[in-house]
Design a protein around this ligand. Structure first.
Ligand code: MCA
Ligand code: AMP
Length: 503
């Protein structure tokens, strides 16, 4: 029975003893062993009610088993719904309620909280810990080879939630074809082969680490040096065994801050790729001076996978995100009308192609708002295109902060702060941060007689929103700067706090 994504990514490796994952301690997991792990997990999922088209929500630490859980979902046709491990139970409740999965897989350490959430939504809770154990993993004797579910390219493979400007997260529905078409283009464009060993230190609950890195390596038949998270010493130790690396800009600035990181350590590397957040041109230049390698920067979104990339051969222009990928149309349009604008001018970056998602889960109106009638998806990013076709991202039409590659929507944080007793209103902005690119700052207006403190605000945020979204600095003011229309002038706040985190 056809299942295009499984047939392309996993099935070709059945029985292969080639190492797929190489772990920090040197242990290797062959493709065959990995697929067997996926069969075990598939057995458990099916027994717990997962079925083709049903969602499986997952909040677990990165491990070989966590990746095999993705493979299992593809095989049985369930819709994989990964969640950031930093999300609080409150945040997870929203996703689970919205997506109504049949199965929730979570860390045994938070089984009580997640169990209660799963219960409320009639889902079954299974557990998977960072060490790869838990009720998701059946005993060896119980493992059966599960059948490959019949799926078409238009069937959903995954839902990934992205925060919304209104504060409500939206589930981007990604079909098998969205993922597969993009993976095929990227393998080709970036010349990945079975000889590649990708240094993988990204989380696997987002597009970058899951689809861009893992799907590409599976399709190429290469191996991944699979680290639980980014750790500087591990990176330095394992770079010499890798041929390629994908990372957010923070990976690159941290490596450059380390004097052990030099040309010798990277001399056999084939490719360094950066994305998810802007890579400063100066990082690009410093990296080349130190290592002789030019980082290849690309641009993508949860809703679209990858859209543009600097070329493998040819000029990798610092400060640009490169050229539209084959099969993807990228245009710069008038943000208000969607009409064409003069070449070189700043406009709305809009995307059309097989990589573009089909819409937001249960949100047809939101979906309609973000597409033009001619099928172009409005990215919310502002950019220009130069005479050679290279795109540069110069700003955002959406009020978004990107911190260490994670997206934070100010509205979501403001809504929580505004609920706190003694707070009249607040404005949350991102300002330059040497490690994370942008750091979150909250400017708070207390009620006239209020006695609210930054400690009280931090305490109230603690259980509500993920740590990475919480302000790294809280300041108070009598009134927010507003223009004559009453709109908060966030640029003034950004200017005021611009130097806060600078070294
Ligand atoms: C951790 N912290 C952060 C972040 N990460 N604060 C702000 N922004 C962050 N990104 C906080 C923690 O809450 C903690 O706070 C302290 O920093 C140390 O935490 P730790 O876990 O030790 O941090 P780390 O391991 O050093 O993590 C930093 C990191 C990580 C390696 C940059 O955030 C990361 O792996 N980022 C990658 C994100 C990613 O994959 N994005 C792709 C999205 P405290 O000490 O105060 O408790 S996909 C996408 O964007 C599109 C599709 C695309 O184009 O790719
Ligand atoms: P996400 O919603 O997590 O998928 O984040 C997508 C957003 O990340 C895009 O809309 C861009 O704003 C940003 N992004 C991704 N890659 C780059 C890049 N190379 N340079 C600048 N911004 C980027």
């Amino acid at each position: 029975m056809p299942n295009p994504l499984y047939d392309a990514l996993f099935q070709p490796h059945a029985g292969s003893e080639k190492p797929f994952l190489v772990l920090k301690d040197g242990q290797t997991i062959s493709y065959r062993a990995f697929l067997k792990m996926a069969d075990g997990i598939g057995t458990s999922l099916l027994a717990s009610g997962a079925a083709p088209g049903e969602r499986v929500a997952v909040q677990v630490a990165k491990s070989p088993q966590a990746l095999a859980l993705y493979a299992a979902c593809v095989k049985i046709g369930a819709v994989f719904l990964p969640l950031n491990t930093a999300y609080t139970p409150n945040e997870v409740r929203y996703f689970v309620t919205d997506a109504s999965p049949k199965v929730v897989v979570g860390d045994p350490k938070v089984a009580d909280e997640l169990g209660a959430i799963a219960n409320e939504c009639d889902a079954t809770l299974l557990t998977l810990g960072a060490d790869g154990s838990g009720s998701l993993i059946p005993r060896a004797t119980q493992i059966r080879e599960v059948e490959i579910a019949d799926r078409s390219g238009d069937d959903l493979a995954a839902i990934l939630y992205t925060s919304g400007t209104t504060g409500r997260s939206k589930g981007a529905m990604l079909s098998q074809n969205n993922l597969l078409s993009n993976a095929k283009v990227l393998v080709d464009y970036w010349r990945f082969t079975a000889d590649d060993a990708l240094l993988h230190a990204l989380p696997i609950f987002h597009t970058h680490g899951l689809f861009v890195a893992s799907n590409v390596m599976l399709l190429a038949g290469g191996s991944m040096i699979f680290l639980p998270s980014f750790n500087q010493d591990d990176m330095i130790a394992l770079l010499p065994r890798s041929t390629s690396m994908m990372g957010v800009p923070t990976f690159y600035t941290r490596l450059l801050d380390d004097e052990r990181f030099d040309g010798d350590l990277t001399k056999h590397m084939r490719l360094f790729i950066s994305g998810s957040a802007p890579l400063l041109a100066e990082t690009h230049v410093e990296f080349e001076e130190r290592t002789g390698h030019r980082i290849l920067e690309r641009y993508g979104m949860t809703e679209t996978n990858m859209n543009t990339s600097n070329p493998y051969d040819g000029e990798r222009k610092a400060g640009t995100v490169g050229l539209p990928l084959p099969g993807t149309e990228v245009r710069i349009a008038d943000p208000d009308t969607g009409n064409g604008i003069e070449p070189g001018a700043v406009g709305s970056i809009e995307i059309r192609g097989a990589n573009v998602f089909s819409g937001y889960w249960n949100m047809p109106e939101k979906t309609a708002e973000e597409f033009r009638e001619n099928g172009f998806f409005i990215s919310g990013d502002l950019g220009t295109q130069d005479e050679d076709g290279y795109i540069s991202i110069v700003g955002r039409a959406k009020d978004l902060i990107i911190s260490g590659g994670y997206n934070i929507y100010p509205k979501e944080v403001e809504l929580v702060i505004d609920e706190i007793e003694g707070v009249k209103e607040s404005a949350v902005v991102g300002v330059p941060h040497p490690d994370f690119g942008e750091g979150v700052v909250a400017l708070v207006v207390p009620e006239p007689e209020g006695t609210v403190t930054s400690e009280a605000i931090a305490a109230a945020l603690k259980d509500n929103i993920a740590r990475f979204k919480q302000p790294k600095h809280i300041a108070f003011t009598d009134a927010l700067p507003r223009n004559t229309m009453g709109k908060v002038q966030k640029n003034i706040i950004r200017d005021e706090f611009g130097g806060l985190f600078q070294r």
